[in-house]
Design a protein around this ligand. Sequence first.
Ligand code: ADP
Ligand code: MG
Length: 201
Amino acid sequence: MLLENKLNITDQIELAKAEEKISKQKAKQLFDSSDIEKVEIGTFRGLAFIHAYLFDDIYHFAGKIREVNIAKGGFRFAPLMYLEPSLKHIDAMPQSNFDEIVEKYVEMNIAHPFREGNGRATRIWLDLIFKKEIKQVIDWNAVDKDEYLSSMQRSVVKDVEIKVLLKQALTDKIHDRSVFMKGIDVSYYYEGYSEFKTEEL
Ligand SMILES: Nc1ncnc2c1ncn2[C@@H]1O[C@H](COP(=O)(O)OP(=O)(O)O)[C@@H](O)[C@H]1O
Ligand SMILES: [Mg+2]
């Protein structure tokens, strides 16, 4: 089903390309304008800010809690009736070390608060928590796509695989622009978008 969009695009391939291009431009702007420093760290409010920043030009639902139930690969994300209470609990989860941060990320993924774009927005949110709390970020280029997606599928049952996978990809280059831009490209690649390079937009 093609998502209703502000661009009035009705061709799904054209929509995918426009979404990639526009939201990557916004991701670049988020970093280069330092608007990224305005993000509240580790809360749904912060995540919604990132999601709205990336997708507001494209979708009416940008930054807004979804109004439909969604499932992927046989897993149904938080049912609507539990979504808002669950986001409040996640806000209150601790984030003082690597394990706690990944556990919080796993719960936010299970909540899956938006209609689309959860993966891409939540990975930026995750990196901001790491950056603030442990002075490291993920070098996403060191995280293989298939391993990432299978660890995330598995994470709803057991989080050991995603912890191992992310831990080996930690880097101290927390202010490095190219680590950020490349990370956006890899994050989009996980979700099937690899037409444009963020740096070149
Ligand atoms: N079966 C699954 N179980 C748990 N998490 C999943 C599953 N499939 C995908 N995910 C997570 O959901 C993300 C994709 O969510 P989605 O809202 O489509 O984000 P995006 O639009 O950015 O691709 C993946 O990056 C992964 O983290
Ligand atoms: Mg998606």
